[in-house]
Design a protein around this ligand. Sequence first.
Ligand SMILES: C[S@@+](CC[C@H](N)C(=O)[O-])C[C@H]1O[C@@H](n2cnc3c(N)ncnc32)[C@H](O)[C@@H]1O
Length: 240
Amino acid sequence: MTESVEDLLARGLAAIPGLPEQGDSRRTLEQLSWYLQELYRLNPLFGLISREDAADPEMLAIRHVLDSAAGVPRVRDALDQGGSRVVCDLGSGAGLPGIPLAVLLEGLLDRCCLVERRERRVRFLRGVIAPLGVPALEVLQADAERPGPALEALLGEGPPPVVVFRAYQQTTPETLKGLVRVFPAGTTVVAWKGRLETAREDARVIQAFPGTVLEEVQGVSVPFLERERSLLVFRIESSG
Ligand SMILES: C[S@@+](CC[C@H](N)C(=O)[O-])C[C@H]1O[C@@H](n2cnc3c(N)ncnc32)[C@H](O)[C@@H]1O
C-alpha cells in the first residue's frame, strides 16, 4: 500500500462528520489500509469488484471504503435508537459496507454478520476477517431471503438488528416482502443508494408498502467522490 492511499483514507475519514473517535486512529487506518490492499490484490482471483473500480487502490478507497464509511454515522444513530449492538450486512460481497462499518464501530458492536450466498465470496470474507482482528465480524454463508438456523438464532437474541446493504437488491414490493418475512418488527434498514432522486422513488415504494415505515432519505457526501450518493432508512413495523 502506498503512503498516499493511507493518507487519502486518513483525510477522507477525517472529513466524514459524526464518525466515532476511532475513525481516524492509527489502528483503524492500518486495518482499513490492509483490507484495501487485500481487496486490490485478490480481486483478479475472486472477481469481487468491477475492473473499473478496482483499477487502482485510490479508486477502491474512495468508491468502496470511504463510500461505506460515509453511512456509518447514520447506522450508529439507528443502533442507538433501537438499543441494538448487532448489524446484518445483506449481500455483503467483498464485505461492503460491513467490514469498514465493523472496523469504524469497533467496541460498539457485539456482532456484525456478513451475509453472502456465493461460496467464492464467502472464502474471501473468511480469509480477511480473521487477520483484521475485529471480534464482532462474522461471515454467514446463506441466502438472506431464506435464512437457516444461524441467522434465526442471531435474530432471536436481544433487540432487533440494524440491517444494512449496498448494491444488494432493488426496492420493490417483492423484495420488501422478503425483508419483512425474515426480519422482526423494529428492525431498522439502512440502504446505501446512488442518486437522491432514485432513492426518493424507492422511498415512495416503501411508503406504499404495508409493514414498512419510511424514516428518511438523505444525501451523503463521500470524500473525493463526485457522484451523487444517498441513504435510504426505513423500519420494519410488522413481520410477515
Ligand atoms: C452487487 S454485489 C454487492 C456487494 C457489496 N454489498 C458491495 O456493495 O460491493 C451483490 C452481492 O449480493 C449477493 N447476494 C445477492 N442476493 C443474495 C441473497 N439472497 N442472499 C445473500 N447474498 C446475496 C451476491 O452474491 C453479491 O455478492
